[in-house]
Design a protein around this ligand. Structure first.
Ligand code: GLV
Ligand code: MN
Ligand code: MN
Length: 419
C-alpha cells in the first residue's frame, strides 16, 4: 500500500511568513506590504542563506552550481538511482508577494522535514532546489538558472548578462557568495515536480485549491528601441516631427488591439517598461524604449502575432521617419508537461480527497525548462483576490498552500519509491 504523509501546515506557513520579511517594502500603490527581492541582490542573498540554513537544519546536503542554483539532497537507499527533484525560485519581481516561487521552495523543504518526522527512507534520493533569476526582471531573461541547467542557455552567455547598471550575473554571483562549483548541467533527475501558486483566477473560479498543470504557454520578450529627433515642442510643425514617443505609444495601443481582435487566438500582450529617456515637457522625444511581453497557448498564433507586430512597427517607422531596433530578450515555445507525471499528481490528489482541475499555466516557470531533461509536471495552488500576482495583492491561504504541498509530498514519495 502507498504510504501517505501530511505536511506540517503551521510550520510551512511560518516559513512563508518568515521569508517574506526578507526584501519587505511598503507598496505605495496598494498600501500593502510587498516583497522586493530581485535576483542576486542583497535581499536575495539573505533569503538564499535563510533557505540554506533551513536545508541544513533538515539534515540535507547542500550544493551550489556555477549559475547559483542551489540543491539540497536527502539520501535514498540506492544512491546510484537518479533523484526526484522538487524546486522553484525565491527571487521576486520588484512588486512581488510572499508566494510566487517561494511556495515551491519552502514547500519542498517542508516535504523534507515531514519525511524526517515520519522516519521515512525512500528508495531514491530526493532533492529540493531553487533556481537563479527566474523572474528575469533584473537581467532581462526569465528562467535563467533553470535554462542554463537544461542546456538551452550557455553558462558563459548567462554570466555576461547585465542589469540596468551594467553589473553582470557572473560578478553578482561572486559578490553574494553564490558562485558555486557544482556542474550547472546537473545529473538528470528521475522526475521534477514544482508546486506553485496559479497566479490567475481559474482554480478559485472552479472552487478548488489544486490545479494539475498541463503545460506552459509560449512566451516572447522583446525590447524595442525607437530613435527619432529631439525638437522644440512649441515651434516644430507637426509634419516636421520624428516623434519616438508617439511611435512607442502607438505600439502599446496596437498590442492591445491585437489581443482584442481575436486574430491571434488567446494572445496576451503587455508593455511593462516604457522609457522616454530625458522626458522633458517641452521637447519632442528623440528616443523611446519599451519591452513587449507576448503570451500565447498556441505556437502558430504566437508566430503570427510576432510577425504582425514587426510589420506594423516597420510601417509606423517609415511613416514617422524614425529608426527602430529590436532586441530579443527571451523566447520559449509552448511546453506540454509529462502526461504520466500529471496523472500521478491527479491520482495523488484523488487519494488525498482534494478536488482539482487541469489547467495550462499562463505564467512561465522553471519547470518548463527542466522538462527538457526529465519527466516534469506542476501542482498549482489557488490564489485569492482574483489570483492576482506580481503585486502585493498576491495571496494564497494557509489551507490551500498546505493542500498543494501535501500533493507535492505524496507525489514525491511515490516517485522516489519507483524502481
Ligand atoms: C514569470 O513570473 C512570468 O513572467 O511568467
Ligand atoms: Mn514564479
Ligand atoms: Mn513571477
Amino acid at each position: 500500500m502507498t504510504r501517505t504523509v501530511r505536511i506540517n501546515r503551521d510550520r510551512l506557513w511560518a516559513s512563508l511568513m518568515e521569508l517574506k520579511q526578507i526584501g519587505a517594502y511598503h507598496d505605495q500603490a496598494t498600501g500593502l506590504p510587498g516583497v522586493r527581492r530581485l535576483a542576486l541582490t542583497d535581499a536575495d542573498a539573505e533569503a538564499r542563506r535563510r533557505c540554506v540554513d533551513w536545508m541544513l537544519q533538515a539534515g540535507l546536503t547542500v550544493r551550489v552550481d556555477r549559475i547559483g542554483n542551489v540543491y539540497a539532497t536527502r539520501p535514498g537507499r540506492d544512491r546510484s538511482l537518479p533523484c526526484v527533484l522538487m524546486g522553484s525560485h525565491i527571487d521576486t519581481v520588484a512588486t512581488g508577494g510572499a508566494f510566487d516561487g517561494t511556495l515551491g521552495v519552502l514547500g519542498g523543504i517542508e516535504v523534507m522535514r515531514t519525511l524526517n518526522d515520519a522516519g521515512i527512507q525512500t528508495l531514491r534520493d530526493i532533492e529540493v532546489g531553487f533556481f537563479t533569476e527566474e523572474e528575469g526582471v533584473r537581467f532581462g531573461t526569465d528562467m535563467l538558472g533553470s535554462a542554463v541547467t537544461a542546456g538551452r542557455i550557455p553558462l558563459d552567455h548567462a554570466c555576461k548578462l547585465t542589469d540596468a547598471d551594467g553589473k553582470t550575473v557572473g560578478d553578482e554571483l561572486i559578490r553574494i557568495g553564490f558562485d558555486g562549483d557544482a556542474d550547472e548541467r546537473r545529473p538528470i533527475p528521475h522526475a521534477y515536480l514544482e508546486c506553485h501558486i496559479e497566479q490567475g483566477p481559474i482554480l478559485a473560479d472552479a472552487g478548488v485549491d489544486i490545479g494539475i498543470v498541463q503545460g506552459v504557454q509560449s512566451i516572447s520578450w522583446q525590447r524595442l528601441t525607437v530613435r527619432g529627433e529631439a525638437a522644440h515642442a512649441g515651434t516644430t510643425p507637426i509634419a516636421a516631427r520624428h516623434d519616438a514617443g508617439l511611435v512607442a505609444a502607438s505600439v502599446v495601443v496596437e498590442a492591445r488591439r491585437m489581443c482584442d481582435s481575436g486574430d491571434f487566438g488567446q494572445l496576451r500582450a503587455t508593455v511593462g517598461n516604457f522609457d522616454l529617456g530625458a522626458g522633458q515637457t517641452n521637447v519632442v522625444p528623440h528616443q523611446a524604449t519599451l519591452t513587449i511581453d507576448l503570451r500565447n497557448p498556441a505556437d502558430d498564433h504566437m508566430t503570427a502575432a510576432e510577425q504582425h507586430l514587426a510589420c506594423y512597427v516597420d510601417q509606423l517607422a517609415a511613416r514617422h521617419g524614425v529608426q527602430v531596433a529590436w532586441e530579443r530578450m527571451a523566447k520559449t515555445a509552448v511546453v506540454p508537461f509529462h502526461p504520466a507525471i500529471q496523472d500521478l499528481l491527479a491520482a495523488t490528489a484523488d487519494d488525498l480527497g482534494l478536488p482539482y482541475v487541469r489547467a495550462m499555466s499562463g505564467a512561465g516557470h522553471d519547470a518548463q525548462e527542466i522538462s527538457a531533461i526529465c519527466p516534469t509536471a506542476m501542482v498549482f495552488v489557488a490564489g485569492e483576490n482574483g489570483g492576482f500576482s506580481h503585486t502585493p495583492r498576491e495571496y494564497s491561504n494557509p489551507g490551500a498552500c498546505a493542500n498543494g504541498t501535501d500533493v507535492l509530498a505524496n507525489a514525491v514519495l511515490r516517485l522516489a519509491d519507483q524502481p
